[in-house]
Design a protein around this ligand. Structure first.
Ligand code: ATP
Length: 462
């Protein structure tokens, strides 16, 4: 029987703990060649097996197989049999001195990932191969760890995970940007054939999860969300992941407390579990990343009323600052440039912007006593703008019904209104864009580089 290979992860773990590492003599390792170079006498292969961000160096020396080994190409999958040798003082603490190297899968000459660094744009065109590069190895490893951080935070705090449906009969925002779900009859789409009514992919699981909050108190959804906006920005995708917690007996202040806690928890979790990846991002993607994240951890998030923000933006314009949209007035929906000015120039850190005009926010947000604003909070961060949108929900039946009737979206959402009749209570929740959170934590500045196969308009190659 073929000897079982040891993972590179296991090697580093054993080295770090000291446990039995010295007893390791001969090992078998397998993985893919990142680079292969030689000086005519000694050759070095950087072997990556995907189990950990680090690679291991394979050394081969003169002998009958030298020529064959020196021809092994970048990207080939290989199986190495050799001795572990300590290499104190070198870049890596140990290496494998190869006795034999077997090529399991050779690489054709048109392999797109050659040694030199490739641009993000080029790699987007190679979405099926880019996980083999250092950057995307780090991105997708952190993505996986970040998902675990989210679940751990909420599970440890007693939240129940709810799988809300991807196919829905309602459009949670009351906006029109949905993808329709329909069957095909004689080559033509039939919109009502299957469900007897129009169906779409969900833009948010919030309305469905609110019903669960009124049974379990604290709940969250975490799943894909779809929006058919053609916003061609680095921060918008048509399919992205959202975390949507919902808490009964909670108000806007409670909401912001949880938002701040979960963001800080996620940062700490990733820094702790992915130190090598985070060092890599800090070195190659954003030199101030670790400092930025440590600052976030060290300071409370600031809070600012929307009304105050408008005044500050107007002052900025008066003072000569030029926004693309310089017409700042109360009631406007802030654009990313305005959000970024507030978080980058004014507070220089994460900022909760609260109490927005009711006209620009969703129907389910709770109206404040001033009759003009709703109890909403957007969490804005430097470099990115909004990463979380939250609110206290309107729990007063009559007020909510009047709003929904005016919008004409009551039909089909009677059940949602009924939640206010059947033991309703104050409650609040929020939505974190998972991909945006990942962008923030890694310093990657395009959402297309945080998703395995990004979905944006005119982009469905893979
Ligand atoms: P934006 O103003 O940035 O388009 P939004 O106000 O439409 O966002 P919400 O409806 O509040 O966003 O959604 C909650 C969160 O989901 C946002 O804070 C953001 O992190 C994320 N999000 C929203 N739209 C997208 C998108 N198209 N791609 C990726 N993430 C998104």
């Amino acid at each position: 029987m073929e000897e079982k290979a040891i993972s590179v992860r296991k090697l580093y773990e054993m080295f770090a703990s000291g446990e039995n590492f010295s007893k390791l003599n001969e090992v078998v390792a397998q993985g893919w060649v990142r680079t292969n170079r030689n000086n005519g006498k000694v050759g070095f292969i950087v072997l990556h097996d995907g189990t950990v961000f680090k690679s291991v160096q394979i050394v081969y020396t003169e002998g009958e197989s030298f020529l064959a080994n020196s021809k092994i190409k970048t990207g080939a999958s290989i199986r190495v049999h050799g001795h572990i040798a300590l290499t104190p003082g070198m870049q890596q603490p140990f290496e494998i001195q190869a006795k034999t190297i077997e090529v399991l899968g050779d690489v054709a000459d048109d392999y797109p990932l050659q040694k030199k660094q490739s641009s993000f744009e080029f790699l987007r065109e190679q979405a099926y191969l880019r996980p083999r590069t250092n950057t995307f190895d780090a991105v997708f490893r952190v993505r996986s760890v970040l998902a675990m951080a989210i679940h751990t935070f909420f599970q440890e705090n007693g939240f129940v995970y709810v799988h809300t449906p991807e196919i829905t009969g309602n459009d949670a925002e009351g906006a029109g940007s949905v993808f329709s779900v329909c069957t095909e009859r004689n080559g033509k789409p039939d919109e009502t054939d299957f469900y007897g009514r129009k169906a779409s992919l969900t833009v948010s699981g919030q309305l469905h999860v609110e019903a669960f909050a009124l049974a379990f108190k604290d709940v969250y959804t975490f799943g894909p969300t779809f929006r058919a906006e053609k916003s061609n920005t680095p921060r918008h995708a048509s399919e992205f992941w959202m975390i949507e917690p919902e808490m009964a007996f909670a108000d806007l202040e409670d909401d912001m407390e949880v938002i701040e806690s979960v963001i800080k928890y996620c940062i700490r979790y990733v820094l702790d579990k992915c130190p090598d990846e985070m060092q890599f991002f800090n070195k190659w993607i954003d030199k101030g990343l670790l400092e930025k994240l440590n600052n976030v951890l060290a300071n409370p998030f600031k809070k600012m009323e929307y009304t105050e923000a408008i005044k500050l933006l107007q002052d900025a314009v008066k003072g000569g600052h030029k926004f693309e949209n310089n017409k700042i007035e109360w009631g406007m929906d802030l654009q990313s440039e305005h959000e970024r000015y507030l978080t980058e120039q004014i507070v220089k850190g994460p900022l909760f912007l609260i109490n927005y005009p009711k006209e620009i926010k969703a129907f389910y947000m709770r109206e404040n006593d001033d009759g003009k604003t709703v109890a909403a909070c957007d969490c804005l961060v430097p470099g990115e703008g909004e990463i979380v949108g939250g609110s206290q929900r309107e729990e007063r039946y009559e007020i909510l019904k009047a709003k929904m009737d005016k919008l004409g979206n009551t039909e089909g959402l009677e059940w949602y209104l009924n939640l206010r009749k059947y033991g309703g209570c104050k409650h609040a929740g929020f939505g974190i864009g998972f991909d945006r959170l990942l962008m923030y934590i890694t310093g990657i500045n395009n959402i297309r580089d945080t998703e395995p196969y990004p979905r944006t308009s005119s982009n469905l190659k893979y």
